[in-house]
Design a protein around this ligand. Sequence first.
Ligand SMILES: O=C1O[C@H](COP(=O)(O)O)[C@@H](O)[C@H](O)[C@H]1O
Length: 244
Amino acid sequence: MSQPILHVSKTADLAVLELAEFFIRTAKETIAKTGRFSVALSGGSSPKKLYELLASPEFSSQLDWDKVDFFFGDERYVPSDDPDSNALMVKKALFDPLHIPAKNIFTVDTSLPPDEAALKYTQAIQHRYQAEQVRFDLVLLGLGDNSHTASLFPHTPVLHDTSVSVKAVFLEEQNVYRITMTAPLINLAHHLAFLVYGKGKAEAVDAVLNGAEDIENHPAQLIRAAEGEVHWFLDEPAASVLSV
Ligand SMILES: O=C1O[C@H](COP(=O)(O)O)[C@@H](O)[C@H](O)[C@H]1O
């Protein structure tokens, strides 16, 4: 299993720029080899800058976006027009500006009950890959200050789920459901890329990368590429307590 590859930039904007360049390079190489590029996007607030940069003329002109299939590593269990929706954030930042066709966007149907939404999403992913093994070309990930990634939150049953699928998870503290890819599904990706910036994430970054194994408290430790590479795009504040 390969070691994480760290890309530490002076500022958040520079970390986003380096990840945008990595995204385009990886997508072009994959499309040249296979004809398409499948990516599972992360949500929350950190990646909004990335999606807006990818939608800018400087970057959007570098890729045949019609050859990209967009999925979501996780989704909040809210209506599609809810401000907390990851898909709505990406729609505004990337899909609408680039006029991405609906046929290439695979979102979680949160109008269904949580478990049905998760099952339907699992089936949508399996259908896209047909009989081949479900391996995303790239999965983008964030990191919460509590070491969650996607919606793999501390002390939730999904941390021990060994299936290659999407599951519904109930977050007792927030009294909300989330829909998330399991770690085994994420780990099958050819490339995994975390985007983490800000001093508030520094302790979590160090605990995940250098701390003792403790997936209950630091679920992002579950992210270990089966055969691919795990990249961390960090700014200096987020990397500031990394024990060398
Ligand atoms: O709730 C979520 O949190 C993580 C981290 O978000 P960030 O804004 O702190 O980077 C995000 O990756 C995930 O997609 C989202 O649902």
